[in-house]
Ligand binder design. Structure first.
Ligand code: DAH
Length: 343
């Protein structure tokens, strides 16, 4: 048969085979049939040498076109039917990664709770400077000139020849003085803040910690108001069934002075680790504001009286959480801090 005719027949054959290339098996059959060495195309190529010389280029061209057609169809069908390996670094079966959003530090959380109880009892929040002078930290609070708290042992004084009376406040009681200087009674304030003492850092004490001070000044304020306020606060903050104990104490700025204990909210007085087996927890120091303190800040003690109280925030956090080393609160260890999600 004429080679041209054979080419035409093969072309018809290939064209109809191309239409069936819809699976990898068919594609492979197509390859074995037409494209391998012993395939249809090659057998026609071999016959090319029998074609008269002058016709060779034209017939060769036809064969080449037919091979391109078959090869092209094979390549694109193979491409279509090769499974795409999606290489991905994401293993969707792994548990998701947590994103850490941070949380409010347990000290801040505690201060916020304390503030919200006192503000609901109509106390306002007041603040004063951390860097104070001797007058606000000691003198106007009725500290004697030779009071041991003025000693370098306890107080960080600023090293400056002209400013030897400048110090880091040792208690938030200094803010009482500032409040009394700037406000007229009735005064009902709480004063949270950072305080500083020249103490060795240990499981129980830090050189920098927090206090909250309370001050209430009006006509006719008595010890009964102090008792009522502290008991109401402690019942709301710690334990609504709490019992109280008022022990006499001494602070230069209050007279009489006391320390207030509450029955342990955990063991209810039986004795446990939190209350060190005493059954009692100390809540705060307090007292009736000394007349000298009122007078030093321009308030007439013949007309007004008041009570004050103060306590350390870190101690409160330790009591509530049972943490036995105050330094854990300042290590900034995420494992510790993340145990106190904001409530
Ligand atoms: N300032 C005292 C201290 O740092 C605490 C304190 C005690 C404050 C009695 C008071 C108070 O206002 O009345 O230890």
């Amino acid at each position: 048969m004429d080679l041209r005719l054979q080419i035409e027949n093969l072309q018809a054959q290939i064209t109809s085979d191309i239409a069936t290339l819809d699976s990898s098996e068919r594609i492979e059959e197509f390859r074995l049939r037409h494209l391998v060495k012993k395939g249809t195309l090659q057998s026609l190529v071999e016959q090319l040498r029998l074609v008269p010389k002058e016709q060779k280029p034209a017939v060769g061209k036809l064969l080449n076109e037919l091979r391109s057609l078959a090869q092209g169809a094979f390549d694109s069908a193979t491409e279509r039917h090769t499974p795409k390996h999606v290489v991905s670094s994401i293993d969707v079966t792994l548990p998701g990664r947590n994103s850490y959003v941070g949380s409010i530090h347990p000290i801040t959380q505690t201060v916020d709770r304390l503030i919200s109880i006192f503000t609901s009892m109509r106390f306002e929040v007041a603040e004063g400077p951390d860097v104070e002078d001797d007058a606000h930290n000691f003198e106007r609070l009725n500290f004697d000139a030779d009071h041991p708290a003025r000693d370098m042992q306890d107080t960080f004084f600023v090293e400056h020849t002209d400013r030897s009376n400048i110090l880091l406040r040792t208690h938030t009681s200094s803010v009482q003085v500032r409040v009394m200087e700037s406000m007229q009674p009735p005064i009902r304030c709480i004063m949270p803040g950072r305080v500083y003492r020249n103490e060795a850092v240990s499981a129980r004490s830090l050189a920098e910690f927090h206090q909250i001070e309370g001050l209430y000044i009006d006509k006719g304020v008595s010890m009964a108001d102090l008792k009522g306020t502290i008991m109401e606060f402690a019942r709301r903050f710690y334990d609504e069934d709490a019992e109280f104990r008022f022990r006499t104490s001494f602070f230069p700025f209050t007279e009489p002075s006391c320390e207030i204990d509450m029955s342990c909210f955990l063991c209810k007085g039986d004795g446990c680790r939190i209350c060190k087996n005493s059954g009692w927890l100390e809540i705060c120091g307090a007292g009736i504001v000394h007349p000298n303190v009122l007078r030093a800040s321009g308030i007439d003690p013949e007309v007004y009286s008041g009570f004050a109280f103060g306590f350390g925030v870190e101690r409160v956090v330790l009591m509530l959480t049972g943490i036995d080393d105050i330094r854990h609160l300042y290590d900034n260890d995420f494992r510790a801090l993340s145990q106190f999600p904001a409530q």
